[in-house]
Design a binder for this molecule. Structure first.
Ligand code: ATP
Length: 310
């Protein structure tokens, strides 16, 4: 694995004695989309803040492209773009000036062509001379993204990027994230919309109470912990499940009109289970009228995981 960001035994104890990070280890691969999920107060923003130099760690090590952020802050920070949760722009500047300024902050040579591309990609080009205070909330968020991309970072942090944004901006944002990934940019995002992580991420990390409780490739995670509930509706009432009907435990509904079972594993394995049951029913002349499958989402898995660690 080509690690672009390495976090080792990172701790943060705030001034009031609260331990927000308790020895976090995390290795992010170059070019991946990594979703960091966690309930409120889990430590996501603290973690991002430390990597971006906004929060001072209490212990541990963070390497960006092999360079220590403590020893060589400027060169590490140059490689990182951050789209923060909160609006943090000078309202009286124009869009163009604020984005150009962001690039300059990192000591990068002026490149109006790059700034233009970024603004065009974010549908901000025709507002480039507008004062930021005159923009809508969604447009202001686009400006935050443009600022984060102005210095061509290798790693982009998106902290709750879609909280409170409309459908159109959300769609544009994900399109942009995909394009950045194609260019080799590593994306680390936190989100409360777990279905977004399910759509977008290559790997999922779950943090809870300052500790990483899971890091796994998304498909492997869904395979390992995803469950499907299969329900077959019957044409005639059944009094009891016939013995040896099916190798897995079958549940008969209270009204005797449906049979259900739960399976883990990939969707195609689940289809095999269902096909076997239907074959058994047919061989016993038991007619069915409907088939329903309900697959658990990453959200169910997440709730399960975080619930267990409480
Ligand atoms: P959310 O999803 O709500 O944004 P989060 O996972 O980003 O949460 P953090 O903002 O990192 O969580 O906060 C982690 C914990 O540290 C919380 O319990 C928070 O109250 C606490 N915390 C954050 N900043 C400080 C501070 N400056 N002083 C003391 N405690 C703090």
């Amino acid at each position: 694995m080509d690690t672009v960001l390495s976090i080792k035994n990172l701790t943060k104890i705030y001034g009031n004695g609260f331990a927000a990070l308790k020895g976090v280890d995390l290795a992010i691969s170059r070019g991946e989309i990594f979703a960091l999920l966690g309930p409120n107060g889990a430590g996501k923003t603290t973690l991002i803040g430390i990597v971006c130099g906004l929060v001072r760690p209490s212990g541990g090590e963070v390497l960006v492209d092999g360079g220590d952020i403590a020893a060589d802050y400027r060169s590490a920070r140059k490689k990182i773009g951050l789209v923060p949760q909160e609006l943090s722009v000078n309202m009286f500047e124009t869009v163009w000036d604020t984005v150009v300024f962001s690039r300059g902050l990192f000591g990068k040579r002026a490149d109006p062509g790059h700034i233009e591309r970024v603004l065009r990609d974010l549908s901000l080009w025709d507002r480039k001379d507008a004062n930021i205070r005159a923009l809508s909330g969604g447009m202001k968020r686009r400006v935050l993204i443009a600022k984060a991309l102005a210095h061509e970072p290798e790693i982009l942090f998106l902290d709750e990027p879609t909280a409170g944004v409309d459908v159109e901006l959300r769609r544009d944002m994900w399109e942009m994230v995909r394009q950045l990934r194609e260019k080799g940019v590593t994306i680390i995002l936190t989100t409360h919309y777990i279905e977004e992580a399910e759509d977008m991420a290559d790997r999922i990390g779950v943090i809870d109470k300052g500790e990483i409780i899971l890091v796994e490739e998304k498909h492997a995670l869904m395979r390992r912990l995803g469950k499907t509930r299969v329900t077959v509706g019957l044409k005639q009432q059944m009094e009891a499940v016939p013995p040896k009907l099916f190798p897995r435990p079958l549940e008969l509904s209270q009204d005797g009109m449906s049979l259900s079972f739960t399976q883990t594993g990939e969707e195609d394995e689940q289809a095999v289970g269902l096909a076997e049951l239907l074959k058994e029913l047919a061989s016993r002349n038991i007619d069915f009228r409907s088939v329903n499958t309900d697959r658990s989402s990453l959200e169910d898995i997440f709730i399960d995981l975080v619930g267990k660690s409480r």
